[in-house]
Design a protein around this ligand. Structure first.
Ligand code: ATP
Ligand code: MN
Length: 440
């Protein structure tokens, strides 16, 4: 049989809106066949849409022979169904739809590349190869519903706290934080780069709007093969004028807490589906704060891992710390030598006014107080072996009354893996970009 057109049909409801109030009413639903069972004289279609699913029941003799025959559908066929809502205790949600007409809008091959019934989990690479199909799974619907609520809650928290949403350019003329890890592109006849962070622009704009945030893409040309690195990420960046690291630590922990309250409030069923309702709980604030040096001591003594002062914390070190401190916590006052030029040195200039936000073993965010004095900033560039001339237009803004400022950048996908209990960051983006993967 050929497929059909929608013609005049339009959905009257999403599955979630088909409630017992609608019993005996006619509805038109649209979606995909999650499951199909043929028991001879009885056929069941589980029709899913973006909000859930409803059972379509076809009993020979009750529905017309024509529609009974037509209902021989395959997994993930795209259908529209017109029918009457009935109360039926044994059906999921206590509701079934007895169809009067069905339109088959598109078909699928006999065998789908991945299991969509939810009975087994297909290997991640195969799922990613067929991502638009894979994203229809109940599990993925839950993951991305939670992502949506993270962004929604974060935005409303920030608006409530007088932040302005900014958008900074993603095509840049020179390196943001030093020449490494950038993707070069052709910009007409010149070389340009994809930005690795909104850092410099958000700093500039803190000198205009005082409290700014951006939720936007960054590109990291690192050949990392870990379960926490991607080449294209979305970051939540914020910057506050007339503030320092302490202010940022306070607002970030409050934001984290508020977002988790929002996720639990609006997406509890998604958390339950992922088995996270008892794990993604509202954290107490303030978060514990440890200095880099304190944690180095802990690692070198109790945790038996030799790390030299001044080194970054290895994955192994982070894993050990995460077992010791499983919740949210801050690591502050990192050695200046491993921090970028725009970070403010501490009173003891070996250290810096910088921090990471961790959840267990995983880094979620980095931030700190920034240098706002131009002379110091030029010196900091030189100390890092960078050429101040390459930063001329950025440095010029510091001639015009740049206020003291501080901020952070937080990786949305990293946080989503934590909140959903995912094993691999590639599950936390719709179309991940890794050194190997450029499609789909
Ligand atoms: P890491 O040390 O874990 O590689 P980073 O210190 O290089 O991260 P930052 O420059 O501090 O990362 O970026 C701010 C945040 O953006 C990080 O805390 C993390 O949540 C996220 N992030 C950074 N790089 C990546 C990446 N390649 N893939 C996914 N998320 C990232
Ligand atoms: Mn970092």
């Amino acid at each position: 049989m050929l497929t059909e057109e929608m013609d005049g049909w339009r959905k009257t409801h999403y599955t979630k809106d088909v409630t017992l109030d609608l019993v005996e009413k006619e509805v038109i639903l649209g979606g995909w066949v999650r499951n199909y069972r043929d028991l001879g004289g009885l056929r069941f279609i589980t029709l899913q849409d973006v909000y859930g699913e409803r059972q379509i029941t076809l009993k020979k003799g009750i529905v017309s022979d024509e529609i009974f025959e037509k209902a021989k559908v395959g997994y993930q066929y795209c259908l529209m169904v017109k029918g009457t809502v009935k109360s039926f205790e044994k059906a999921p949600g206590g509701i079934e739809i007895i169809p009067t007409e069905i339109k088959i809008l598109n078909k699928t091959p006999e065998k789908l590349p991945i299991d969509m019934t939810g009975e087994t989990t297909t290997e991640l690479d195969l799922r990613l190869n067929n991502r638009a199909l894979d994203l229809r799974s109940v599990r993925n619907q839950a993951v991305f519903a939670i992502r949506g609520e993270i962004l929604n809650s974060a935005r409303s928290f920030l608006h409530d706290h007088d932040f302005k949403e900014i958008y900074t350019p993603k095509i840049i003329g020179s390196a943001t934080e030093g020449g490494t890890e950038l993707f070069p592109i052709m910009y007409f006849d010149r070389e340009a780069f994809l930005t690795q962070s909104a850092q410099l622009y958000k700093e500039q704009l803190s000198g205009v709007y005082e409290r700014v945030f951006e939720i936007g893409p960054s590109f990291r040309a690192e050949k990392s093969h870990t379960k926490r690195h991607l080449c294209e990420i979305v970051q939540l960046d914020m910057e506050i004028a007339f503030a320092n690291m302490k202010d940022v630590l306070e607002i970030l922990e409050e934001l984290v807490r508020n977002v988790i309250i929002g996720v639990r409030d609006k997406q509890m069923s998604a958390l339950k589906l992922l088995g996270m309702e008892d794990k993604t709980v509202v954290p107490e604030i303030p978060f514990p704060r440890y200095t880099y040096e304190e944690l180095l001591d802990l690692l070198n003594t109790k945790l038996n891992l030799k790390i030299e002062w001044g080194e970054d914390l290895s994955t192994e070190a982070n894993r050990k710390l995460g077992r010791e401190i499983p919740g949210y916590y801050y690591i502050t006052h990192w050695p200046m030598a491993i921090k970028p030029f725009y970070i403010m040195p501490s009173k003891n200039p070996k250290f810096s006014e910088s921090f990471d936000l961790q959840k267990g073993w995983l880094e979620l965010s980095s931030g700190g107080t920034r240098v706002h004095n131009k002379v110091h900033l030029v010196q900091a560039l030189e100390d890092k072996g960078l050429n101040p001339l390459a930063f001329e237009s950025h440095l010029r803004t510091f001639d015009f009354g740049m206020p003291p400022h501080a901020g952070f950048g937080l990786g949305i996908a990293r946080w989503l893996t934590v909140l959903c209990g995912l094993d691999d960051i590639r599950e936390a983006v719709m179309y991940p970009r890794t050194p190997e993967r450029l499609t789909p």
